[in-house]
Design a protein. Structure first.
Length: 160
C-alpha cells in the first residue's frame, strides 16, 4: 500500500511538471512566431542586413524591436508593428541616441532604485524610448520612459 502511495504521488508530481512545461512552451509560441516574422520583414524591407536580437515591446501600440546592422555597417533598432505592416516600420540609428547604460544612469540619479527588472527600447508617440522597469527602495514597481534621442524623461508610472 505504501508503495502505491509513493508511486501515485511521484506520478502526479511528474504529470503536473510535464503539463506546466507544455503550457509555458505553447504560451510563448506566438511571441517567437511574431518576432521571427518581424525580423524577416526588417530584412525584406532592407532596413537591416543582419539581425542580432529582437523582442516584443508593448506600449500604446505593440512593436517588435529588432536590433541589427544595416547595409552600411551602422547599428540600428527597427520597430516593426505587430500587425506586420511594412509601411509603419520605424527605425533609429543607435549612435543617434543614448545607450542602455546611459538611460540607466539617468534613472539612478533619482536615487531610489533598488533593483532593475527590465530595460527595453520601444516606440511611442514622441519617438523611441527606453522603458525601464524597476523596484524602488520600498519594493514598489515603477516604470519610467526616457527619450532615446536626448535622455530626457518622457513618462513615469510609480509606486504600483
Amino acid at each position: 500500500m505504501k508503495n502505491w502511495l509513493i508511486f501515485i504521488s511521484v506520478f502526479m508530481v511528474s504529470l503536473s511538471l510535464v503539463i506546466s512545461i507544455l503550457v509555458l512552451w505553447k504560451a510563448e509560441a506566438p511571441f517567437s512566431s511574431i518576432e521571427e516574422k518581424a525580423e524577416q520583414l526588417a530584412l525584406d524591407a532592407k532596413a537591416l542586413a543582419v539581425v542580432s536580437e529582437s523582442y516584443t515591446y508593448n506600449g500604446k501600440h505593440s512593436y517588435v524591436t529588432v536590433f541589427g546592422v544595416d547595409e552600411y555597417g551602422d547599428k540600428k533598432a527597427v520597430f516593426v508593428p505587430t500587425n506586420l505592416e511594412a509601411d509603419s516600420i520605424k527605425e533609429v540609428l543607435l549612435k543617434d541616441g543614448i545607450t542602455e547604460k546611459q538611460a540607466l544612469s539617468v534613472l539612478k540619479k533619482e536615487g531610489n532604485v533598488q533593483k532593475v527588472l527590465n530595460i527595453k527600447l520601444g516606440y511611442e508617440e514622441p519617438g523611441a524610448v527606453w522603458e525601464i522597469t524597476y523596484l524602488n527602495d520600498h519594493d514598489k514597481l515603477n516604470y519610467v520612459y526616457i527619450m532615446f534621442k536626448d535622455g530626457d524623461w518622457w513618462k513615469r508610472i510609480t509606486n504600483l
